[in-house]
Write a protein that binds this ligand. Sequence first.
Ligand code: HEM
Length: 544
Amino acid sequence: MPSILLSLSIPALVVIYFFFQRRLKYRAPLPPGPKGLPILGDVISAIRTKKVDDLGAPQWAYYLDLGKKYQSDVVHINVLGDHTVVLNSVKATNELLEKRSALYSGRPHLPMINDLIGWDWNFGTMPYTNQWRLHRRAFHQEFGPQAVTAYRPVILQSTSTLLKSLVPATSDLSKVPNMPHKDLEHYVHNHAGSIILRIVYGMTTQGELDDYAKMAALAAQSMNESMNHGAFFVDYFPILKHIPAWVPGATFKKKARDWKPTVLNLVNRPWEKVKNAFESGTAVPCIATKHLERISAGDYGELSKAAEQEGESMEDVYRSTSGVAYFAASDTTVSLVMTAIVVLSRNPDVQAKVHKELDSVVGPSRLPDFNDREDLPYLEAILKEVQRSYPVSPIGNTHCATTDDIYDGYFIPKGTSVIGNIWAILHDPEYYPDPLKFNPDRFMPTGPGAKVPPNPELYAFGFGRRICPGKHLALEAAWLALACLLATCDISTTNDADLKKQVHHISDFTIGLTVHPKPYNCRIVPRSAAAINLMKNGFPSEDL
Ligand code: HEM
């Protein structure tokens, strides 16, 4: 016990020393925020908000309240001498995370996630280093806006499968049963999983898709619980990572030990599988086989020099970036599509309007496809409004200041965790009047030169150099799924009383890094016999 106390007090004293050194150097105040307890700081709130259960308010709501309480869009929280700064406005995120992105593109030190659970191969959790740049560039080559257009045939195919799975067993449209949440979630997961696993690893069989979807879901749990710096005390006191798992109270070590094999399997298993198939000449062409071809030809392009400098093999870079894509795409797009469905089920007027648009642009004899996108502005407005009202990732991933800085007269010390509160920004009444109202019309121009609010996609995918690099794929996949679902089906609630209620921003959602609507049942009824045929047939094979 005395040795634990000693190991806790030494880092605390070092933190306090450097804290006062820097404050003296700049003489600028930290941004306003809760004072908390002496030395400990705001530790109680930190524990409360980081609990992933119904007792804790979501972090975005807690941070928004702090902003109101301290009348500042920039709020400082001190936990055990560790600084967090929350940015609750467009102005602050634009200035710090976008314009000064060279200083704010780090990630906080994450001993739990990187050292103990073993996520260190994932560039999403890497600090702002040359290794991160190398991985991000390798990823971008395959998922940039131009590159993703090559995956449209796969998206069309997975969307056909989604539609087929929604065809009811009866052709009597008045007798279509309710859609249980579990079934719908399974179909939507299968849609996202089949797109990414086909694109990255060439996987097509249902058994494989199910196995790998399960693995990604388990891994997502570890990420959801640990990605926020400070979710575990070891993040504040990295020395604790050396405590053996059997020590009473070291539950974080047990959790890490349980999660680690899944996280390592996630990056290694699919890669080894494709590699074996590639070597035996049976692999389905995909991103991984493209990389393996480059590796066997010794032709790595412009990235090889950077990899050499990092002392990393290109195979490790590609194995990791493939794993990141598979993991990051498995859960996020699902949340967006599932949220859109529950919201639309409670907004029949919005559906009536988009049905009209789809009927006039696409007609009843075919499914909408990517060529129709520009001609469907109301559908686009719905997608924007879903992302604005119920962002998939309400506080995004925490950035880290890599140097001391001053903003608006406030001191932001090097090493500060910096959180862009995406939810707060997307509900700022200055940009989005009546922000709690679900209203796609806010994005419809009312006449030539009329102003529309900023596109929520500017914020919903994070900020600056760390902005989500999978955004283009996510939006293509979600757009087509919604376009086809709305062209062919009516979505309604199973309980008329729900029609009077908007989907609630807190009580209807899970808490975590990526949030999901809580289980709900709805009805998904084909709009006509012709729609059933479209759903059964999917896209014509020449489109695939
Ligand atoms: C609706 C779907 C999605 C949403 C809302 C979303 C949102 C986000 C957000 C908020 C971040 C943090 C950005 C920051 O640090 O400022 C992020 C990071 C990231 N996302 Fe996404 N994402 C989505 C889908 C995807 C998909 C489909 C992929 C992969 C194909 C992906 C790959 C990544 C990666 C690799 C990072 C880490 C980037 C880095 O640290 O450099 N995301 N995403």
